[in-house]
Design a protein around this ligand. Sequence first.
Ligand code: AMP
Length: 173
Amino acid sequence: MKNIIFIAPPAAGKGTQSDLLVKKYGYVHISTGDLLRDEVNRKSELGIKIADIMSSGEFVSDEIVTELLKNRLTQNDTNNGFILDGYPRNLAQANTLDALLSELDKEGYCDDCGGELISRSDDNESTFKVRFDAYIENTQPILEFYREKGILNIIDNSGTPDNTFALIESVIK
Ligand code: AMP
């Protein structure tokens, strides 16, 4: 199975599409935001260190996120295909990921869908703007990085989640 990297602004529905792909194809969904939130929720030494940065919507340092991702990618369940959601988020991370993958030699309830709505500490109007701006400034430029490699697929996300899912399927099949 092809590994997938989702590059899209906050609240674009990366998590929703990942869940659908996990259910239908058995992908492993790796969200660096989730990995970081786990640390915060567990109140680990690292979690205490990053809690404020997470709540502000700013980026956590590349070193910290990359280390967490590396640990996650070395677990065996990632051998059959994984979705990266929230990483890479800037060009440095895109380069790190290339190196990492060759090193590891790895090929409330919503009215509409009934899904559970989870309120996150960085999920409010002011931090949304910080997160959105961070996406435009740091993450959007990496589209070019993957376009140049010939592995970029742009998905039109303006329709329903089902439409988006069908478009993603047409790329991975
Ligand atoms: P997300 O769930 O992807 O929106 O991530 C939530 C927060 O975790 C972000 O606003 C950042 O503070 C942090 N974060 C997640 N992934 C990364 C990353 N690749 N690089 C830096 N910070 C990250």
